[in-house]
Design a protein around this ligand. Structure first.
Ligand SMILES: Nc1ncnc2c1ncn2[C@@H]1O[C@H](COP(=O)(O)OP(=O)(O)O)[C@@H](O)[C@H]1O
Ligand SMILES: [Mg+2]
Length: 353
């Protein structure tokens, strides 16, 4: 188990900056997720922690020891790659044993550890098979066993579930989470899937363009996003973003003028979660363009003078139909500076007005 720290760690390839100078501290036994869109630098960060990439700048510390120059095999880090990267010509047992090859673990002990790792992820019956004879889910478990056999002080998971079908993904999410709790190993999960990040990790590190945008719990990122980027990335369907102009305790949104609490002036973006849109009554007007029934809820697309607004309503039977013109109101809101994209923390629509 380990405490992990990045101090101004950056990675560049020529003109490409994959990771800007980044500070980050991860506690012993913590489970964090690095969440962000494709290309934002998640895997690069993970590969620097694994010792596969050497940082261009800064220091990586495991329990206060700088490990920048320590090779991958000497770092005691277990990693699961998106592709699993199992050796096709080796059996499952040989794959799981492989990381112990470079360690002076006696043969009997190595076999016992491989057996134990296989038991942890329930692949004991598959030990004599080759990876080609396994399903995607089974290969994923073997890759996990191979990462755990060293009893690593840090477990790194790079999009481990993205090649699995939806129902298996859900099972594996809770299995990995339970395994991590049981072992107490410091774990970093890289994913572009917000559900994976928020359901599995204690804290989520939200990244964009090589930079950390925000670190927080699922609740922080959803209810108190620091930026429009985070607000837009977390939540499905995504938050509505209405361009407006603020001043003198008001915000003008198209044809409507609403009260505004807090100090904002100039161009703002008002963020409204689809479930905070109240259909049927209120100061704004729209027309239903599309209705998506989802069983226990319905998602409406409204065309409004401000653009398309999405609304989510609980209930099995949609209350409105395509073509209905209606008024709507807003139950809660977030307000962002349009220029910087930062959230104006003390601002919200004044819904009493
Ligand atoms: N070995 C490399 N050489 C050059 N550029 C790279 C290399 N690896 C990654 N990059 C670039 O760095 C950026 C971040 O990549 P990556 O960390 O793989 O993103 P993510 O895992 O978030 O999808 C991308 O622009 C990618 O093209
Ligand atoms: Mg990646």
């Amino acid at each position: 188990m380990s405490r992990i720290e990045l101090r101004k760690v950056a990675k560049r390839w020529g003109d490409v900056t994959a990771v800007e100078p980044t500070d980050l501290a991860i506690g012993d036994g913590e489970f964090v997720a690095i969440l962000g869109p494709s290309g934002c630098g998640k895997s690069t960060t993970l590969f620097m922690l694994a010792g596969i990439y050497v940082p261009s700048e800064g220091e990586i510390r495991f329990d206060d020891a700088v490990v920048n120059e320590v090779e991958a095999r000497d770092r005691n880090v277990g990693i699961v790659f998106q592709s699993y990267a199992l050796y096709p010509h080796m059996t499952v047992r040989e794959n799981i044993l492989f990381p112990l090859r470079f360690k002076s673990v006696p043969r009997d002990q190595a076999r016992a550890r491989a057996q134990a790792a296989a038991a942890l992820v329930r692949v004991e019956e598959l030990l004599e098979r080759k990876p080609g004879q396994l399903s995607g889910g089974q290969q994923q478990r073997v890759a996990l066993a191979r990462a755990l056999v060293k009893e690593p002080q840090l477990l790194l998971l790079d999009e481990p579930l993205s090649n699995l079908d939806a129902s298996l993904r859900m099972t594996m999410r809770s299995e990995i989470r339970a395994l991590q709790r049981k072992l107490g190993v410091t774990t970093i999960l890289v994913t572009h899937d917000q559900i994976e990040a928020t359901t599995m990790a204690d804290r989520v590190i939200c990244m964009s363009k090589g930079r950390i945008e925000q670190i927080g719990t699922a609740d922080d990122l959803y209810h108190r996003p620091d930026s429009l980027f985070v607000a837009g990335f977390i939540g499905s369907p995504p938050i509505n973003q209405l361009a407006g102009r603020a001043g003198e305790g008001k915000v003008v949104l198209g044809e409507a003028t609403l009260g505004l609490r807090g100090a904002a002036a100039g161009a703002v973006v008002v963020g409204i979660r689809p479930e905070a849109v109240r259909l049927g009554d209120g100061p704004l007007r729209g027309r239903i363009d599309d209705v998506e029934p989802h069983g226990r809820e319905a998602i409406y697309h409204l065309s409004t003078p401000l653009g398309v607004v999405r609304a989510l309503e609980a209930g099995a039977t949609p209350r409105f139909r395509v073509g209905d013109a209606l008024a709507f109101g807003i139950e809660s809101s977030l307000v962002f500076d349009a220029g910087s994209g930062r959230r104006l923390g003390d601002c919200a629509l004044d819904l009493r007005a």
